[in-house]
Design a protein around this ligand. Structure first.
Ligand code: MRU
Length: 364
């Protein structure tokens, strides 16, 4: 499956102890590659959305905490010590710091937990060996992400046919993952098979991930993509231009409620009104076993300047006007036609089907 991007969303430069990312806040006008070496830089990059999208955040955090472990080891060796307890304490502090960067995408804490598990389950090994194992785990998380997205693409493609119009919201593309994306994977695969799909990308206020990122990466791949404002979705649906909606997600509760970029639930309500299937693409790492329904998902609230000032030459609100800027919303499971995972397509009742999807991962 081919995509049109010539750079990696996230990579590790181990020799220079750096996390390498494409700065997504500069796209599509500039392709700026950042080499982040300090934990503060990595935390800030996640918070500022220089690296973003649930799976990409997970991979960035895994590499980030590996780099923290390397630094802790170097400091300890400088002191002539190889103390597991001191290492574990410093490691968990570094992990908690990265985990605090953004609250909604569960992939962040999922990846960090996976990394911490490596440390805890090898307590009898010398610290340098544990650090080497952490690198292996972070690389595995990234390689699995690529395979997962491919698999989501294959399952997703069974739900569409040549010539279909597809609407997507935000960016659940290669830029949000390590390759292929989740919601975009069926589009890349379909394109390769000559499906002649017509993708409509919601611009996705307030941070314009649809306009700046989805439209950019799909057009680079030669996929037919049309940008619309968020409030035009109803019109294109009514005009019969949309046969299916594919979106990504940041956290799925066990009853199938799914958190994704603000505006997603509105698109789902419209899709239901017009009888259009609404599909959520979710790597199993996005399913939160500890959460029974969407009301338990923490929703990030961001600075109101993203609404009032960003993208404008001048502030667009009068002084004193209040803003409210929730970054995600939760789509009710009843509006979701299916949740596409790397282990298959889950349909209602999700309490049962999502468990089967998770079992598929544990069985690997
Ligand atoms: O705030 P963002 O840009 O990180 O939000 C991203 C999304 O909502 C994506 O749709 C989601 O993370 C899925 S990415 C495969």
């Amino acid at each position: 499956m081919k995509t049109g991007l010539t750079f990696d969303t996230v990579a590790l430069d181990d020799e220079n102890s750096a996390l390498v990312i494409i700065d997504q806040t500069k796209l599509p006008n500039e392709e700026v590659i950042l080499h982040l070496q300090t934990q503060q830089e990595i935390h800030e990059a996640i918070y500022l959305l220089q690296v973003r999208g649930a799976p990409a955040i997970g991979v960035a955090a895994a590499y980030g905490v590996y780099l923290a472990a390397k630094e802790i080891l170097e400091k300890e060796s400088g002191n002539g010590t190889d103390d597991y307890d001191a290492f574990l304490k410093a490691f968990t502090e570094a992990s908690a710091y990265l985990n605090s960067a953004r609250p909604t995408a569960v992939n962040l804490s999922w990846a960090l937990r996976r990394m911490e598990q490596v440390v805890r389950s090898h307590a009898d090994r010398p610290v340098p060996e544990i650090v080497a194992l952490l690198k292996q785990e972070a690389v595995a998380i990234q390689e699995e992400d690529i395979a997962i997205c491919r698999s989501i693409g294959e399952y997703g493609l069974t739900l569409i046919k040549p010539g279909d119009g597809i609407l997507t919201h935000c960016n659940a593309g290669q830029l949000a993952t390590s390759r292929y994306g989740t919601a975009t994977a069926p589009m890349y695969l379909g394109h390769e098979k000559g499906y002649d799909l017509h993708v409509y990308a919601d611009e996705t206020r307030p941070l314009l991930q649809g306009a700046r990122l989805t439209a950019y990466e799909l057009s680079k791949a030669g996929i037919d993509v049309t940008l619309i404002c968020d409030n035009m979705a109803s019109t294109v649906m009514k005009q019969g231009k949309i046969q299916a909606v594919f979106v990504g997600c940041d956290r799925v509760a066990m009853n199938g409620d799914a958190a994704n970029k603000i505006g997603t639930s509105g698109v789902a309500i419209l899709a239901k009104h017009y009888g259009i299937p609404f599909y959520v693409c979710a790597p199993s790492s996005t399913i939160d076993e500890k959460i029974t329904d969407g009301s338990m998902i923490p929703i990030e609230e961001r600075n109101g300047e993203e609404i009032s000032t960003m993208w404008y030459e001048k502030k667009m609100t009068a002084d004193g006007v209040k803003t409210y800027n929730p970054a995600f919303d939760v789509t009710d499971h009843e509006l979701i036609s299916a949740i596409i995972t790397e282990n298959g397509i889950a349909r209602a009742p999700y309490t049962e089907s999502l468990k089967r999807m998770l079992e598929g991962t544990k069985g690997h």
